[in-house]
Write a protein that binds this ligand. Sequence first.
Ligand SMILES: NC(=O)c1ccc[n+]([C@@H]2O[C@H](COP(=O)([O-])OP(=O)(O)OC[C@H]3O[C@@H](n4cnc5c(N)ncnc54)[C@H](O)[C@@H]3O)[C@@H](O)[C@H]2O)c1
Length: 323
Amino acid sequence: MRILITGAGGQIGHDLIGALVAEGHELVSTDLAPRPPSHAHAGGDWQRLDVTDAAAVQHLFTECRPELVFHLAAILSASGEANPRLAYDVNQTGTWNVLEACRRARVNRLMFTSSIAVFGPPPSGPLPDPAPDDSPLHPGTMYGVTKVAGELLCAYYRKRYDIDCRGVRFPGLISAAMPGGGSSDYALFMYVDGVRKNGYEAFARADTRIPLMYMPDGVRALLELAMADRSKLTRTIYNIAAFSPRADEIATSVGRLLPDAKFTYKPDTIRQGILDSWPKAIDDAAARRDWGWKERFDLDGMTDDLVPRIRRMLELGAILSSH
Ligand SMILES: NC(=O)c1ccc[n+]([C@@H]2O[C@H](COP(=O)([O-])OP(=O)(O)OC[C@H]3O[C@@H](n4cnc5c(N)ncnc54)[C@H](O)[C@@H]3O)[C@@H](O)[C@H]2O)c1
């Protein structure tokens, strides 16, 4: 299948490109940035594309005529709070541009990557735990606001123009790559700094609990939903879940493999505020029912797979030492 990815240079793009190339798809990876060194192995074509540039998006989509687009380009939650205007431009206008280009270039299917950041505490009281798909959405960040709008735009283009838009609300994703400025980054740094520095001071409280997922499961979810039989789908956007550990439970899991690692907690006001506004767990019954979603990794399973990978990547110098 001819597939185009926006924002391919990031954390998800890295693993998604590998999975799509392995399946033999014809791939055009695009990003604002040049192909990063961490993606050097990735096959397929690489083109510069700024999703805020409507004419450029339109031109490339018309030229490539992809059958399927994975729209990943975004400014994530913590970076978006530092620069809400940029988050609005990339996430809101960018998604509009991508949908319009899909309509005009007659792209058949679009995969949208939403987030648990669409949730936030409703004025009437706390979020249900776990939060169902159809919870009222009261995001507290510009990132969440733009993801809610993106979900609604996807549903609109599906209904109005019959573009087969589908999407998942990802939990915080963990992989052996430097994360891109999300509020769940403390979880990955427990692994990376646990290995390279023998410990980590988390920017979150020990009792912080949010939904997380290991990247191989996240990429598989994207592929499975993208290829699912349309007649089985009852929604445009699906909650997907794997596990919801407290920060200190992650530390305990990492400690099984790195017994000398020390973890401490010093909450950062802004990022802790974002984490506290998110659901502690989400209900993904519809994804399980409609397209057979099921995670393969629990917390300890992820830890057992991830720690040796991070060790190897640090030895190869593939994880940057900045932080
Ligand atoms: N990683 C997570 O934990 C997570 C969780 C929920 C949802 N998501 C969503 O999944 C998608 C991919 O996330 P990620 O973790 O790979 O993010 P990332 O920050 O690692 O990558 C995003 C990519 O978008 C690119 N980009 C930024 N502005 C752009 C522009 N104007 N035009 C084109 N590209 C631009 C960046 O260069 C970067 O390579 C995003 O839509 C994100 O909201 C991610």
